[in-house]
Design a protein around this ligand. Structure first.
Ligand code: TXA
Ligand code: MG
Length: 349
C-alpha cells in the first residue's frame, strides 16, 4: 500500500488535508495522526472492518481493546449506556486532554473495536489536528498508539513512518507531541475509581476532583497473578532491541556501578548505552550516553522517554543501563513505561 505523508501545522492544520484524511477514515481506511500524548493509528470506531485493519497494521492481539476518540461531549452519549457522575466531573475538569475513561458501551460500538468487551474506552484529545480530524470523520476514531505492537509509542512522525509506512493510507506529520506518554486511563466499574494506566494526569489530580481514587494493583507489579484490568497492560511493551536494566540507588553509586559494568563489557567488545539526565550524563566515562533532560523537569523527561528508547535501536548496543525517574507527579507514569521496557529488570546498588 502507498502511504501518503502530509506535513501539517499542529496548531492550525490545513483543512483540505484534514478533510481528505477524514474521507479516508469514513471509507474505512487508516490514518495516523498526532495527539497531545502520542501519535494515534486511527480508523472508524463504528466500522468493524476498520478496527480489524488497525489490529492487522499494528500486529496487535485482538483481545486488546482500542480507545475511541471524540471531539465533543455530545458524542459520548452516542456510544455509552450511562455516564457515572464522577466521570462527568472528570470530563469537566480534564477534557479535552490526556484522560481516557471506561464506560459500558451501547450497540453502536462493534465488539471488534473493544476487543470483545462490553465496555468502551473514550478520550477527547485536545490536539487541534486530532479534533478537526474527528469532526471530519464519523465523529468516532478508534486509535491505539501508532507503533507496531511491542515497540515504544511514537512521539514523532518519523517513529510512525518507521513502523507503519506501507500499512496505512496516510500519516499526518504534526511534529513532536507535547506530553509523550499515553493518556491516564480511569475505570468506574468498582466502588472506588481505579487508574488502569498512569499518565500526565496523576491520581492526586483525579482525587482533587472526585475524592478517593486508587491505582490498579496489577499495574506496577511484575507478576501476572495481579492481572491488570486494562488488557493491554499485560503485554510486554516499549521494549528496545537491546537488553535494558534499570539501576537504582544513590546517584554517585549508580554512576560508579554503571561505569564499571560498561568498562567490563567493552573489554569484551560489547557496546552499551546509558539513559542519564543532563546532570549525570558527563559523569559516565564509557558507553553511548543519552540524556532524558534535566532531572528537575519531569515533563521534559516524560516527553523524551520513548524517543530515547527508540534511538538505541539504531545504535549497535547489546545492553542499556538506565537511571530511574521517580519524579513527584509523573514519576509513576514514567516508571510504569520504563519498567515494562526493561521487562522489570531492576538492580539496586
Ligand atoms: O494517549 C493515548 O491514550 C493514545 C492516543 C493515541 O490517544 N492511545 C493509546 O492507545 O495509548 P493504546 O491502544 O496504545 O492503549 C490503550 C489501552 C490498552 O492498554 C487497552 O488495554 C486499554 O487502553 N483499554 C482500551 N479499552 C479498554 C476497556 N474497555 N477496558 C479496559 N482497558 C481498556
Ligand atoms: Mg499502545
Amino acid at each position: 500500500m502507498h502511504t501518503r505523508i502530509e506535513t501539517i501545522d499542529p496548531a492550525c492544520p490545513d483543512l483540505r488535508v484534514i478533510s481528505e484524511a477524514g474521507r479516508i477514515l469514513r471509507e474505512g481506511g487508516l490514518v495516523a495522526f498526532p495527539t497531545e500524548t502520542v501519535y494515534g493509528l486511527g480508523g472508524d470506531a463504528l466500522n468493524p472492518e476498520a478496527s480489524d485493519k488497525i489490529y492487522g497494521a499494528k500486529g496487535r492481539p485482538s483481545d486488546n481493546p482500542l480507545i475511541v476518540h471524540i471531539a465533543d461531549r455530545e458524542a459520548l452519549g452516542g456510544i455509552v449506556r450511562e455516564i457515572p457522575p464522577k466521570a462527568l466531573a472528570l470530563a469537566d475538569a480534564f477534557w479535552p486532554g490526556p484522560l481516557t475513561m471506561i464506560f459500558g458501551k451501547n450497540g453502536r460500538v462493534p465488539l471488534n473495536t473493544t476487543g470483545g468487551l462490553d465496555t468502551v474506552a473514550v478520550r477527547m484529545p485536545s490536539h487541534p489536528a486530532a479534533r478537526e480530524l474527528i469532526r471530519r470523520s464519523t465523529g468516532y476514531i478508534a486509535a491505539p498508539s501508532a507503533n507496531v505492537s511491542g515497540r515504544p509509542s511514537p512521539t514523532k512522525a518519523i517513529h510512525v513512518i518507521e513502523d507503519l509506512r506501507g500499512r496505512v493510507e496516510m500519516i499526518l506529520d504534526g511534529g513532536p507531541v507535547g506530553i509523550g506518554l499515553e493518556s491516564t486511563i480511569v475505570d468506574f466499574s468498582e466502588r472506588i475509581p481505579t487508574v488502569l494506566r498512569p499518565g500526565y494526569i496523576s491520581v492526586e489530580m483525579l482525587e482533587e476532583v472526585i475524592g478517593t481514587a486508587r491505582v490498579d494493583r496489577g499495574l506496577m507489579a511484575e507478576d501476572s497473578s495481579a492481572r491488570p484490568k486494562a488488557p493491554g497492560m499485560k503485554y510486554r511493551h516499549y521494549a528496545p532491541r537491546a537488553e535494558l536494566v534499570i539501576v537504582e540507588g544513590e546517584e554517585s553509586r549508580v554512576v560508579e556501578a554503571v561505569n564499571g559494568w560498561i568498562q567490563e563489557k567493552e573489554s569484551r567488545n560489547m557496546h552499551c548505552g546509558v539513559i542519564a539526565t543532563d546532570e549525570t550524563a558527563p559523569l559516565y566515562r564509557v558507553g553511548a550516553v543519552v540524556s532524558m533532560g534535566p532531572r528537575g523537569d519531569e515533563e521534559e523527561l516524560a516527553r523524551h522517554l520513548f524517543d530515547v528508547l527508540r534511538r538505541f535501536d539504531s545504535m549497535d548496543v547489546a545492553c542499556i543501563y538506565s537511571e530511574s525517574f521517580y519524579t513527584p507527579r509523573m514519576g509513576q507514569a514514567i516508571m510504569n513505561r520504563l519498567l515494562k521496557a526493561a521487562g522489570h529488570r531492576v538492580v539496586q546498588v
